[in-house]
Design a protein around this ligand. Sequence first.
Ligand code: ACO
Length: 385
Amino acid sequence: MSDSATATLTEHPKPNGLEGIIAASTALSHVFGEEGRLVYRGYDIHELAGKTTFEEVAYLLWFGHLPNEHELKEFNIQLAENRFLPQAVIDGIRVLPADAEPMDALRTGVSLLGAVQPDRFGGTPDRDEAIALAASFPVILAAFFRLRQGKEPIKARMDLNTAQNYLYQLFGTEPDEKHWKPLETYLILLADHGLNASTFTARVIASTESDLCSAITGAVGALKGPLHGGAPSKVLDMLNEIGSVENVEAWVDHALDNNQRLMGFGHRVYKAEDPRAEVLRGLAEIASTPEFFGLSKTTEDVVLRKLDERKPGRRLYTNVEFYSAAVLAAVGLPGDMFTPTFAVARSVGWTAHVLEQVEHNRLIRPQSEFIGVTDLHFEPIERRH
Ligand code: ACO
């Protein structure tokens, strides 16, 4: 590369990650970043969390209104009838190594569903496909969870809701209300969130007129990264490493001295507290042990104070991932199932966004700013250094 080309590249400002760019229209949900508000189809998240069921919220996102009793009954049957996996998908998951990441197993399972059931998932994405695919998410995860322990997957039960069935299929025991209720609220809070990175990924893929499983496989991959949905198990690692409240100050100072990102803090859009963090903090206080909640709360307080001192003006607050760790651990899930459980909730939002994209589709194809050189001349290989 010529000296002038190197100079051009190093002088260029870093990309802004599409910050502030409007890349799609949606009536599904909106993040009011300055106010710290999240709205699903007109309802503030506080109107829904703890008051309604996950199924009602899923219905709201897919159908545009909250269901009446008859609609909910029919919808619950449709969900229950779709909680099964074709044998070829179970066999595909079975051959994965036991130490494979559950997010990789989920991504593989979603992709396999598309490959082995093109009649069920291969058309232009529609609501029935969306419901069937989202209903399959917890089933794929529970199958992998059991297979990696050398146990056989368990069939779903028609009488259980999404949160109950997930726990039942994971652990094989009657789900306890003290576990499935907080899990249900968690699922409601995480069901959709504007044009986040994984949702954008799903919409980009759908915009090419690809199929639903392809769009959602891409979304699972995008969610996996720690700057997006991959943070909560790292929050758990962080809290375990800190160990006790006496160690918090020194641990946080050391991490920030070494330019580490503290997992569970900061957000691209929220410049106030994430409203989901507020609800999850309350849930964690009830569901978690007093020791673990105390450690989480002290860590949160110290981190917020230190981020404010060291990064003035950046407006870094607690995000959804921080207390997700305490809540999901209290529900009985191991750390590597946290992000996949986030995906169980978000499968509803992703598929609803795909339906919206398909309804008013135009190929998403942005431009890049070209920062390379244009005046090189071909050299035969024997003359190149
Ligand atoms: N810890 C320490 N510093 C932070 C953190 C953090 N968690 N988050 C942001 N900062 C700092 C950055 O170092 C940067 O400082 P600088 O201006 O001195 O360079 C400044 O705040 C702005 O950071 P950006 O990277 O520009 O902010 P961006 O909007 O791109 O990042 C993100 C948002 C990725 C979530 C970031 O806050 C982060 O990495 N958080 C930790 C990971 C995390 O919690 N992920 C889950 C996000 S929630 C979700 O997706 C569901």
